[in-house]
Write a protein that binds this ligand. Structure first.
Ligand code: SF4
Length: 876
């Protein structure tokens, strides 16, 4: 909640007393009260515009009567509003009639038919017989890009697409062109659309002027069955609407009802156009068994029998700790819960983990430290009301795209200050008056965060006496910040101290603050220290300044958070409680009916790959993960998977990991199953099936259920609601959090044991060598994440190729031009790909997105912690 306080004003609407926050326009206040006023160009996300002129209302205030546009006129104390007088209907009707002069009556073949505000308004004003001569436009349909079609004959010039592209997306790909009767919406010089392809323009278009080409004109919106669910790509967790017809998934839309989920209908390209991965013939169609290196189809019964036989005999021969499970971060909470229950409760093995915890267990420790220090953080729906947002090492439009929409909305509405710390000059266009860029040398994240803390203290931007009284270790923190002087930090980071001082001043002021942390910090080799430094920064303002501060651990996939919360780690039980919590263990014993549940075993999964290679783990079960592609230690992973005596992999698509499995099982996508995901800000959100499973695929949920039964220890819960009830029983933190369509944030039961500040290590050398003079930065691409988006035709159409980015200065020195092919080589491997030359990468940095199978960028790292040093040469 912003620290700006708004008064409430009282007014009447059609005689009914109402109240609304000061500044609310009449149209929005009426909507909240359930009163319909005709309009075509208003959207609560956008600045008032008054283009369509169809929302006129009568207002009486201070003894005066006047007609005003309800989308721009704010309510005021004592105001009387009338929305349905003869005069307002006549005025609004006349404006609508003029729009209908040009608008073709091709409703039977228009995508928007049935959900079209133009139809609704025409009906509301009973405009069945127009008075004016019809004069249609005759524009051709424009299809110059693979996924968005322009059909300008239906355009009513409301400007919604232009405004959302500018205000919320920050892209400005569309604008009004020409003037008078010639005016039309389009791209500059009618060039093909080149943008972030978020498709927001399609959602807000009140007519069928902008259409989703990926739906291939397979039906009208009114004929589709709609299923509200949660996006299965990044960890932001947007609510999406799956539109299906006759069992086929036709398209995905945002839900603009504004009271569901966290995204107010905003979606990115992946969320909106990434439906091609669901009903795809390339999916694994049936269980497959490895017979001498080639795979043959077997039945589900045969597959499950074989797994159970191997699991039980292995447990009997070498003990439960010799069988291990790796949980995918895209499974639902209920599936993850059953996966760890299968291992702990049925097989007696505590050897269960997930890739994020395997790589960076300190991220979960960071979350725990936040709670212990009383930083529970607000629901992310408050991001748009933040006074200050610090974006730390995250390329927001690629990593958490819809977060950018909320931040831009805040910048427009309440003047959010935007502070961006990143080693690349990431693009984040917005209308903020304060937009501070801290572009630091790669690998110096810690120095930037530490210096900001030191400025808060040295420049007395916070009340240090209050801080010291509130938390232990303040003096130790101050001592550890000693090396981070203005001169030293400027030299280490390359950021002028005056910029850091200005950022610290904005961050330290009375404000409601959010810190968004990117997954890139995990690649710095100092991830834990960087998280500690950001937590210190948050604690300093939490205790030493006015206003709140919210920060969340970085998470990558749609249910990375859920994998930790549901206990798919050797350290935590469901409910994110320590394995050492005797009460929590007792709750599991009672709920599972396992009296001898023993979890205090040697931890073999924090070192999973080595323990597979050395024979300590004899059976590995991977559910929905491709570690060969996703893990920064691919050679180690390959060795482990080749060595482990029995490997089961279940997934949607065949992967390099499947290629080493003894048994591969086909599982369901998010659109084929029920459950919940938990986003990176701990909002538990519904996942709902919209189509039947592809081929013989089964939900992971059912597979775990059948395995437990075949092991002779069946689960006592039979469906998703029953599993949710059990989760609430064993993990009280989830009580009341499985709420149907609503999204609720889980909050830890107890917080505030206050371990205090973490003293920081000194600055590290960036380790640049003469032989390998570049630093490699990798992350998810704007159109791709994980290994499923490569199966989405629309996303491949707009993002077909992996392209590296280097700075112009470096390109000049290496005699490389934009579009050339380059070789990027580390001391362990090399990749070749085309390059884009520009300013986004700073000198000495090469950026390569990590989502293309033909550019396995993780092989360049191959186990190195810290930023990888590489050299670049031109190919050919
Ligand atoms: Fe999906 Fe993330 Fe895009 Fe939202 S921001 S639509 S969750 S990929």
């Amino acid at each position: 909640m912003s620290t700006l306080v708004k008064k409430t004003v009282n007014f009447t609407l059609n005689g009914k007393p109402l109240s609304a926050p000061e500044g609310t326009v009449i149209l929005d206040a009426a909507k909240r009260a359930g009163v319909f006023i005709t309009n075509l160009c208003s959207n609560p996300k956008l600045k008032p515009f008054a283009a369509c002129r169809t929302c006129m209302v009568e207002v009486r205030e201070n003894g005066e009567k006047k007609l005003v546009y309800s989308c721009t006129h704010p309510v005021s104390e004592g105001m009387e509003v009338f929305s349905d007088t003869e005069e307002t209907d006549r005025y609004n009707g006349a404006c609508l009639e003029m729009l209908l002069v040009e608008h073709p009556l091709d409703c039977p073949i228009c995508d928007k038919s049935g959900v079209c505000p133009l139809q609704d308004n025409t009906d509301a004003l009973k405009l069945y017989n127009g008075r004016f001569e019809i004069k249609r436009r005759n524009e051709p349909s424009i299809k110059t890009n693979p996924i968005i079609e322009f059909y300008l004959n239906r355009c009513i010039m409301c400007g919604m697409c232009v405004r959302i592209c500018d205000e919320i997306q920050g892209v400005q790909a569309l604008d009004y062109h020409k003037r008078g009767y010639q005016i039309k919406i389009g791209t500059a010089n009618e060039e093909p659309l080149e943008c972030e392809f978020c498709g927001q323009c399609i959602t807000v278009c009140p007519t069928g002027a902008l259409m989703d080409l990926t739906s291939e004109a397979r039906g009208l919106a009114a004929m589709f069955t709609n299923t509200l669910t949660t996006c299965n790509f990044c960890s932001w967790g947007c609510t999406i609407r799956l539109e299906t017809k006759k069992g086929r998934l036709i398209r995905i839309e945002g839900d603009e009802t504004f009271d569901l989920g966290i995204n107010e209908g905003n979606l990115c390209a992946k969320g909106r156009f990434g439906h091609g991965m669901v009903q795809n013939k390339k999916r694994i169609q049936a269980p497959m068994m490895n017979v001498g290196g080639s795979y043959k189809e077997i039945s589900w019964d045969e597959a499950l029998e074989m797994i159970v036989e191997r699991l039980t005999s292995q447990v009997n021969r070498t003990g439960p700790e010799s069988v291990a499970g790796l949980a995918g971060e895209k499974l639902t909470n209920e599936e993850l819960y059953l996966f760890q229950k299968l291992f702990r409760g049925v097989l007696g093995s505590n050897q269960v983990n997930n890739l994020q915890n395997l790589r960076a267990p300190y991220v979960n420790r960071f979350q725990e430290k936040c709670f212990e220090n009383g930083l529970v953080s607000q629901p992310i729906t408050e991001l748009e009301n933040a006074d200050v947002v610090l974006i730390f090492n995250s390329d927001i439009p690629s990593e958490y795209p819809v977060a950018g929409n909320s931040i831009r909305k805040g910048a427009i509405r309440i003047g959010t200050d935007i502070l961006i710390a990143n080693p690349r000059r990431v693009v984040f266009n917005n209308e903020s008056r304060v937009d501070i860029r801290m572009t630091f040398k790669p690998g110096t994240d810690l120095a930037v965060a530490a210096r900001l803390a030191r400025i808060l203290i040295d420049n007395r931007l916070i009340d240090t006496a209050r801080v010291k009284a509130a938390l232990p270790n303040f003096d130790a923190l101050v001592q550890s910040l000693a090396p981070y002087t203005a001169e030293a930090t400027e030299q280490i980071t390359g950021v002028a101290d005056s910029v850091l001082v200005r950022a610290a001043e904005r961050f330290g002021r009375t404000a409601d603050r959010f810190i968004l942390i990117g997954n890139d910090i995990l690649d710095t080799g100092q991830g834990e220290a960087v998280l500690d430094a950001l937590l210190n920064l948050a604690l300093l303002v939490h205790h030493g300044a006015e206003g709140q501060v919210s920060l969340y651990p970085p998470r990558e996939h749609c249910n990375s958070q859920g994998a930790q919360d549901m206990g798919c780690t050797p350290q935590y039980l469901p409910g994110f409680v320590s394995i050492k919590d005797a009460q929590a263990v007792q709750r599991l014993r009672e709920a599972w009916g396992v009296k001898d549940l023993k979890l205090d075993q040697e931890d073999r999964v924090s070192n999973l790959w080595q323990n597979c290679s050395t024979g300590k783990i004899k059976l590995l079960y991977i559910a929905g993960e491709d570690p060969v592609r996703a893990c920064p230690r691919p050679a180690e992973v390959v060795d482990a998977l080749k060595t482990v005596p029995f490997l089961v992999v279940q997934d949607l698509y065949w992967s390099e990991t499947c290629q080493m499995a003894d048994l591969v099982l086909p599982t369901c996508s998010y659109a084929e199953k029920d459950g919940t995901f938990t986003n990176m800000t701990r909002h538990v959100q519904r996942v709902k099936a919209a189509v039947l499973p592809e081929g013989e695929a089964r939900p992971d949920f059912e597979i775990f259920y059948d395995l437990a039964e075949a092991c002779g220890k069946p689960f006592s819960t039979f469906d998703v609601p029953e599993v949710q009830a059990e989760i609430q029983q064993v993990a009280p933190v989830f009580k009341g959090l499985f709420p149907g369509d609503q999204s609720r944030q889980w909050v830890p039961e107890s917080a505030g044991t206050a371990p205090g500040f973490a003293p920081l290590p000194g600055p590290q050398n960036d380790g640049r060598s003469e032989e390998y003079p570049f630093k490699l930065i990798t992350n998810n691409h704007m159109f791709h994440i994980g290994n499923y988006t490569q199966y989405c035709k629309a996303l491949v159409d707009i993002g077909p190729e992996c392209i590296a980015e280097i700075n112009r200065e470096d390109a000049r020195k290496l005699n490389i031009e934009d579009g050339d092919r380059i070789r990027v080589e580390s001391d362990s491997d090399a990749v070749e790909l085309p390059v884009a030359v520009g300013a986004r990468s700073t000198p000495g940095v090469v950026y390569i997105p990590k989502n293309w199978p033909d550019v396995p960028v993780n092989k360049l790292r191959n186990g190195h912690e810290g930023l990888v040093s590489v050299k670049i040469s031109k190919v050919g």
